[in-house]
Ligand binder design. Structure first.
Ligand code: CO
Length: 155
C-alpha cells in the first residue's frame, strides 16, 4: 500500500462534481486501500477521492464504531431525517473547524469493495461523516456550508 498526497482547499479538483464509477475492479480496490491508509495515517475519520486528486465518486470512512472501515463507491443519500449542529474539520482544510448543520440520521446506498449493492442507516457521527464525504463528491467543502468557522481548536 502507499500513502497518497491530500490536496488542500484552493485546488480546483475539490470544487468539481466527481464522476460516477462504472466498474469496481482490482485497480479501484488498490486506490481504496491506499485512501484508507492515508486517512488512518492523517488521523481522519473520512476521506473522499477528490481529496487525493481523483474526481471519482468514492469515499472511505471509519468513525471507530462497529462498522469498522466503510468503503463506498457511488454513494447516494436516499433518506435524511432530523437535524443536528456539531463541529467538523477536514483533512483538506487543516487547522480549521466549523459548526455545520446536518441531518441527524441518513440512509445511504452504495457499492462496496466487491461491487455489491449495500444500504446503510446511520446516525450521529457516522451520519455526519457520510454527509461530509458525499458533499466532497459534489465539490462542496464544510467551510462552504458552516455556520461559523474558527482556527485551531475543535470546540
Ligand atoms: Co473533508
Amino acid at each position: 500500500m502507499a500513502l497518497l498526497e491530500i490536496v488542500k482547499a484552493g485546488d480546483p479538483v475539490l470544487k468539481q462534481v466527481a464522476e460516477p464509477i462504472e466498474k469496481v475492479d482490482s485497480k479501484l480496490r488498490r486506490l481504496m486501500d491506499n485512501m484508507a491508509e492515508t486517512m488512518y495515517k492523517a488521523d481522519g475519520v473520512g476521506l473522499a477521492a477528490p481529496q487525493i486528486g481523483q474526481s471519482i465518486r468514492m469515499v472511505v470512512i471509519d468513525v471507530g464504531d462497529e462498522n469498522g472501515l466503510l468503503a463506498m463507491v457511488n454513494p447516494v443519500i436516499t433518506h435524511r431525517e432530523g437535524s443536528a449542529i456539531d463541529s467538523e474539520g477536514c483533512l483538506s482544510v487543516p487547522n480549521v473547524f466549523g459548526d455545520v448543520e446536518r441531518a441527524e440520521k441518513v440512509t445511504v446506498e452504495y457499492m462496496n469493495r466487491w461491487g455489491k449493492k449495500k444500504r446503510l442507516a446511520a446516525s450521529g457521527l457516522l451520519a455526519r461523516c457520510i454527509q461530509h464525504e458525499v458533499d466532497h463528491l459534489e465539490g462542496c467543502l464544510f467551510i462552504d456550508v458552516a455556520k461559523s468557522i474558527r482556527q485551531g481548536e475543535k470546540k
